[in-house]
Design a protein. Structure first.
Length: 199
């Protein structure tokens, strides 16, 4: 696993504008029905990463306007709740994802944006303006590198217990991390079940 210094990794130096995959209408990458864009390139190189192929910034195909129009059409469907950014590292592909996210916010303001990142919230606070602008346009952030020693399959939308589901807009307003209020890990469900059985 690699740990960057603040502003060491810059999207303009690393991103090639490639995407690994686009998966419309799925139920696994966040709340509700979502369209998921997997960007290419991630230098964190977490041990046990489930998507190692996307470490390469030239994996997959170039992002195109044609794909963007398809994403926008899929986003306009009434039953789609939002867009999810994964990878790869979305915050090192801001040249691709930031214009898309801003377009969605402008043309489809009722939709939400989720993003996964290897950066922690505190690391992002010290990062480049493009990363901070992307963050400001996201609703929910799953932060932190995957830590194999903290892997837990009962966690909601996360692979390891160091990762958090953050309500970005509330956090920016509060000046500190605010955890997503709908967090409901499998561990909590099991614990609640045991409590109810004991009562």
């Amino acid at each position: 696993m690699n740990n960057p210094k603040p502003q060491e990794w810059r999207a303009e130096d690393l991103s090639q504008g490639y995407i690994a995959d686009y998966k419309p209408l799925n139920f696994v990458d966040g709340e509700g029905v979502r369209n998921s864009l997997y960007v290419s390139g991630c230098p964190f190189h977490c041990e046990g990463c489930y998507n190692e192929a996307t470490w390469n910034f030239r994996f997959g195909v170039p992002y195109t306007l044609e794909l963007e129009e398809r994403i926008m059409a899929d986003m306009a469907l009434s039953y789609v709740q939002g867009l999810t950014l994964l990878g790869g590292e979305p915050f090192l592909n801001t040249g691709t994802v930031l214009p898309l996210v801003k377009r969605i916010k402008s043309e489809l303001p009722g939709k939400d944006i989720w993003s996964w990142t290897g950066y922690t919230w505190d690391e992002l606070m010290l990062e480049t303006p493009d990363k901070l602008e992307l963050l400001a346009n996201i609703d929910i952030l799953v932060d932190g590198r995957f830590d194999l020693s903290k892997k837990n399959l009962l966690l909601q939308f996360r692979g390891s217990s160091n990762q958090r589901i953050i309500d970005v807009q509330k956090s920016l307003k509060a000046g500190k991390v605010v955890i997503w209020e709908k967090l409901n890990d499998g561990e909590q469900i099991v614990e609640q079940f045991h409590k109810e059985k004991l009562i």
